[in-house]
Design a binder for this molecule. Structure first.
Ligand SMILES: O=C(O)c1ccccc1NCC(=O)[C@H](O)[C@H](O)COP(=O)(O)O
Length: 399
């Protein structure tokens, strides 16, 4: 995992100083930007929007006691709701063939006609979410070359029937009186590294089903989470009957069709990355192939924005993890649900999902009391050798 940018991020004024003293370099950057911009049109066979931006989001760490204090902080209560994740590196992608193990890199450096390497601050991701999204852009161009969209859409027709992801959660909620469980098949993460070294996606999925999970979330990102779209297929083919969420960083309609083709019943859309126009468009595509959408927010502004969007919301997740800083705080859910937006989702009967950082029965109770009808749990279950037993411990009883 490359976390290089966390330590190397410098102030924007440094960037200006560096480049105003190198007039020729500026023109190199302009040419590189123009070239990458042109490429984007060639790469995208389906609509991919080019939105820019999500605030680097904050949030304090919850103390071990269950007393809920106002720890979410100003960043979580930020009400702009803007997308601040830039969709692509401004100066494009670059393949460093033969330069170490990393074949891929953003154009972190520019080279002058004299062969001098200069720092390219503009082309460094601001946070991990931006790095993931930038890599997706690159990865998608390769995927489309290997397997064009027309082929994937053909595979969608042969995919197993879609299961009702939302209904499975509602059914469990009604049966148990506790939040419906979405258990995550997750090998590794950018924040924790490898979580389960003996990772066997089918074995884990079966144990989750055995333990009573309503639905499963399957991480499909390869580079940062060591997952894969193939895991969806393997789990389906092994006869697991829990509906499956494709846990992917979706920036392109191609990924939605691929998710369905590999057997997913729902997809995740991240509000920090997508504006309302994208959310509407991607929701429509997911629904057109029968899948539900788990829409994810982290701040007040994002929640406000999606609630005012003119698209249907199947399930609304509040991620307690700040995807920019990795900080996890259950108060994010508690505080957002205590606002008038929390009242609105209750009035609109929207199924709320508390995501990340859920380790104990007390944690389950905190998000349930805040108003969540479901929880999404990864690390605390997947790291156990017997995840089915882990579910019983988490809920304080067998499901
Ligand atoms: O898990 C991460 O480190 C991470 C980093 C950057 C973007 C997304 C990330 N995780 C995705 C998730 O939100 C979680 O996998 C999911 O909510 C389960 O969280 P947990 O129970 O804390 O494993």
């Amino acid at each position: 995992m490359s976390l290089f940018f966390l330590s190397s991020f410098k102030k924007p004024q440094n960037f200006i100083l560096l480049h105003t003293s190198h007039a020729t370099h500026l023109s190199i950057l302009v040419v590189m930007f123009a070239a990458s911009h042109q490429n984007q049109h060639v790469f995208n066979t389906v609509r991919t929007t080019s939105k820019t931006t999500s605030t680097i989001r904050g949030g304090g760490r919850r103390p071990p006691t269950m007393k809920i204090k106002a720890a979410g902080g100003a960043a979580v209560m930020d009400d702009t709701g803007e997308v601040t994740i830039r969709r692509r590196p401004p100066a494009g992608h670059k393949e460093h063939l033969g330069m170490g193990s990393e074949r891929f890199a953003f154009k972190m450096e520019a080279v002058t006609p004299e062969g001098e390497r200069i720092d390219n601050e503009e082309n460094k991701p601001r946070n991990i979410l931006e790095e993931i999204v930038w890599y997706k852009d690159y990865e998608l161009t390769l995927m489309k070359e290997k397997m064009p969209l027309s082929l994937v859409r053909g595979q969608v027709k042969l995919a197993p029937p879609v299961l009702d992801f939302k209904q499975a959660i509602i059914d469990q909620m009604e049966k148990t009186g506790q939040p419906g469980l979405i258990a995550e098949v997750k090998k590794a993460s950018p924040s924790k590294g490898v979580i389960q070294p003996n990772f066997d996606p089918v074995k884990i999925a079966k144990a989750y089903e055995e333990g009573g999970a309503a639905c499963l979330s399957v991480l499909t990102d390869e580079k940062f989470f060591q997952g894969g779209f193939e895991n969806l297929k393997l789990i389906k083919e092994a006869g697991v009957t829990c509906p499956l969420l494709c846990k992917e960083f979706i920036v392109d309609a191609y990924q939605i069709y691929l998710a369905r083709a590999r057997g997913a019943d729902a997809i995740l859309l991240i509000t920090a990355v997508l504006d309302n126009q994208d959310l509407k468009y991607f929701t429509k595509i997911a629904h057109s192939v029968g899948m539900k959408v788990l829409l994810e927010v982290h701040t007040y502004g994002e929640m406000k924005r999606v609630l005012s969007g003119d698209f249907e919301i199947d399930l609304l997740g509040i991620n307690n993890r700040d995807l920019g800083t990795f900080k996890v705080d259950l108060n994010v859910t508690v505080e957002l649900m205590a606002t008038e937006l929390g009242k609105e989702v209750k009035e609109r009967n929207i199924v709320m999902v508390g995501e990340s950082g859920i380790f104990t029965i007390d944690d389950v109770n905190v998000v349930q009391n805040a108003g969540c009808g479901a929880i999404l749990v990864g690390e605390s279950l997947v790291k156990q050798d017997t995840p089915d037993v882990g579910i019983k411990k988490l809920f304080g009883r067998p499901l």
